[in-house]
Design a protein around this ligand. Sequence first.
Ligand code: PLP
Length: 354
Amino acid sequence: MTLTANIPVQKTTHSHIEEVDFSNLGFGKYVADHMLVCDYANGTWQTPQVLPFGNLSLSPTTLALHYGQTVFEGMKAFRMDDGRINLFRVHRHHERLAKSLSRMCMAIVPEEVFVEGLKVLIALDKDWVPTAPGTALYIRPFAFASEAKFGVKVSDEYKFIIFSGPVAGAFQKPLRVKVETEYVRASRGGTGAAKCGGNYGGAYYPTQLAKEAGYDQVLWTDARENKYIEESGMMNAMFVIDGKLVTPPLSDSILDGITRDSLLTLATDLGIPVETRPVAIDELEKAFRQHTITEAFGAGTAAIVAPIGTININGVDYHLPAYDDKAIMFRLRDKLELIRTGKEPDIHNWNFVL
Ligand SMILES: *Cc1c(COP(=O)(O)O)cnc(C)c1O
């Protein structure tokens, strides 16, 4: 295949980088100058191209807008100690994108388009990769059914796009979360393991209700019995109970988080015992009463770890002890940061350095 032998690049004539306040990046405030666009039509992926970031023009009959064939990825590029740029676990992100696309009956973006496309795009927008500790270039690859057709069908055309934007490290104020036992995010046999837009749309309403009740997020439970913890908002849920790092096992209703996988691996490297097993709400209640639960947090690319301070279970607020730097979650986060920025050896081959 030579789809990507020579990716055409149309450079912007007006960079927006001067408008960026790199000391106050926030999350989602800025987008970098360029995007990669690749179309699928007539049964094949076309040559991708890099264009100035800009609007799309779509027919109102575009299938994704009606029937929800749309999936995305979220990944980060880091500025390394020596100034080079590291696309973290790029192949693993492609693997997951392929799984999500397959579940949604969409054309699979070739790894070559994903990896070579990222290389060309991020090299071009390299000045957008921030340098301050904790910051990164957030990268958003996504694909949607682009065929304009009036009627329900699996699309025969897709658009794959990658854009990016610099982001700060997430704020670390411990979250208040509510265990959700009425609504569910995902069920056995459903689309919970796919990173598809619909999972987010369906989660907004229960999350909104939790916010109105004074919580930041919900802790999702399983759809069958509402007895076991599944995820924390749109992050994987992790706990420290009896000194062990505990997280629910992957299933078709839990997203295979790359942060989750990385943190579990690092915990093992650090000699922290890891248990991947179902976590019942009852067990959490008991652990709070016996003071054996010492940490709870969400794990995901955006925040890396998001500490949880309060968990509401069946109407009762349970509080975690205050966290300090020695908390396992922060030790794991810091270890990950050292590897991604090249300060410690990358023994698991996670870095993809441009
Ligand atoms: C993206 C996502 C995660 C976290 O995955 P990472 O690869 O660690 O960013 C967890 N849960 C859901 C539902 C997600 O969409």
